[in-house]
Each structure stands twice: as C-alpha cells, then as structure tokens.
Design a protein around this ligand. Sequence first.
Ligand code: SF4
Length: 182
Amino acid sequence: MSKPIIATASLAGCFGCHMSILDIDDRILQLIELVEFNKSPIDDIKTFTKQCDIGIIEGGCCNSENVEVLKEFRKHCKILISLGECAIMGGLPAMRNGIPVKECLEEAYLNGPTVGLNAEKVMPNDAELPMILDKVYPLHEIVKIDYYLPGCPPRADLIWAAVVALVTGDELNIPYELVKFD
Ligand code: SF4
C-alpha cells in the first residue's frame, strides 16, 4: 500500500518550526515508516515530483517568492497546515507591518547600524530578487488553510500527534498542555 506523502516549506520564518519537527527525536524512524517525504528542506527535494497528501508550511509571506511557493503548495497538497505563529499570523517578521516598506528598506540599507557593511549604500535591485510585499501576510490571507498548529515553535509532540492523526485517520485528541500560543 502506498504511504501518504508529505511536503514541507519554510517561507518568512526562522526554521525553528522545522527544528521542532525534528524534535520528535527517534519517532522520526516511525514517521519514515508511516509517510513518504516529497519537496522539503528535510530531504532537500527542491521541486514537487508528485501530488502530496499533506503540506506543512512554516513562515508567513513577506515577498513574491513566498506567495508563489505557497500557491504551488496549495496546488500540490490535499491538506495544507499552517505551522507556527509566523504562518498563522505573520509572527516576528510582521513587526514591520506598521512601518512603510520604504522606511524599512532605508533603515536596513542606508541608515541602520549595519550600513557600514554596505559602504556604497546600494539598495538591492537585482531583477532576480523577489519583490518585497507591502506587509507580511499570514498564509490564510493568501490561500485556503485546512489546519493550524500554534506555537513559536509548536511543540514537537503537537506536530507528531497532528501528523499521526491525519495519516492514520485516527481522531485527533490533543491534550491542552501540548498546545502553546507563544
Ligand atoms: Fe521561527 Fe517561531 Fe516563526 Fe516558527 S513561529 S518560524 S519558530 S519565529
């Protein structure tokens, strides 16, 4: 029997949520028995080679590439999970949302304390760079999201319980202590 297929991605996040996936420790061996991984930083598969059952996304959308990747995941995954506060509500990167983009860029590249490293005060302008968005968007404002796993990062036990329930079809029964919102 074929195994359910999982894909994961990190958008505007810090990879902490992916670290939390790996924090399931030796249950990773059980996970490999239960599922097959497709596009994911975990196995370094960079493009979808199959339609997937579950897509797990960390991080919100801060630039045009994030939006492209998110839409690609929605297209290739039956179920899409928003993993962690950055994906669910923008998280730390969304601290810039109250500041105009022009001001953010000027602080980063012209006026901020690290500008000494950019002696010529060049604003990144390569045509291949993704366009920065006007603000950082949570995933559900761009595509339909099926499930949300909160936390910064969500606990490994929460991720484990949710993934096992989804792939086995068992009822999801998460003790309150496993869920955190910070
Ligand atoms: Fe990192 Fe927390 Fe955002 Fe996850 S929710 S990507 S751990 S900052």
